[in-house]
Design a binder for this molecule. Sequence first.
Ligand code: SF4
Length: 195
Amino acid sequence: MVDWRLYEPLINFARKRSMWIVSFCTGCGGIEMPPLATARYDFERFGIMPNPAARMADLFLITGYVTPKTLKRIIITYEMQPDPKYVLAHGSCPLNGGIYWDGYNAIKHLDKYIPVDVAIAGCMPRPEAVMDGIKKMMELIETGKADGWKRYKENYEYYKKNQDELFGEGWREKTARRWIPWLMDKRKEIGGGEE
Ligand code: SF4
């Protein structure tokens, strides 16, 4: 019987050098992604790549302010990602509302709804600061301290209570039901509607 814990340092090294980012940006910080990805900072040299499929991505960058409408998508996307998964929050908005701290429609504490592993200060954080946050994330992954995905499972009641207080109980099912007619139409469009 193989004890996989022996391989944990090697696995964590591989994880830190192959982070795939969910292609999902919120707020102003999304505009810092092109310089990060292109020649100037070139995050691909660290094995980091954007990925449109949440089920194949392990890093979720919350790049700015979050509204309740966006938060629903963030939670659903986060839950779709496989474990282990990591969240990096850009700037003050996701942490305390930032300049929208008194806005009626801004989420003030993202970490009440999903765990945040690394937070970057600033409004807006420059690409150097984001690279610094990414390097911090790599360090935490390598040492096994990026454990937000575990905290989400262990404290699921806490996160769910906060989510339900904001959206009302049964919000997932209601959101899913709204998509069903659209999905049925798409099915017909691609010729899958006839039984
Ligand atoms: S922290 Fe500043 S740059 Fe980032 S989303 Fe908020 S207002 Fe925009």
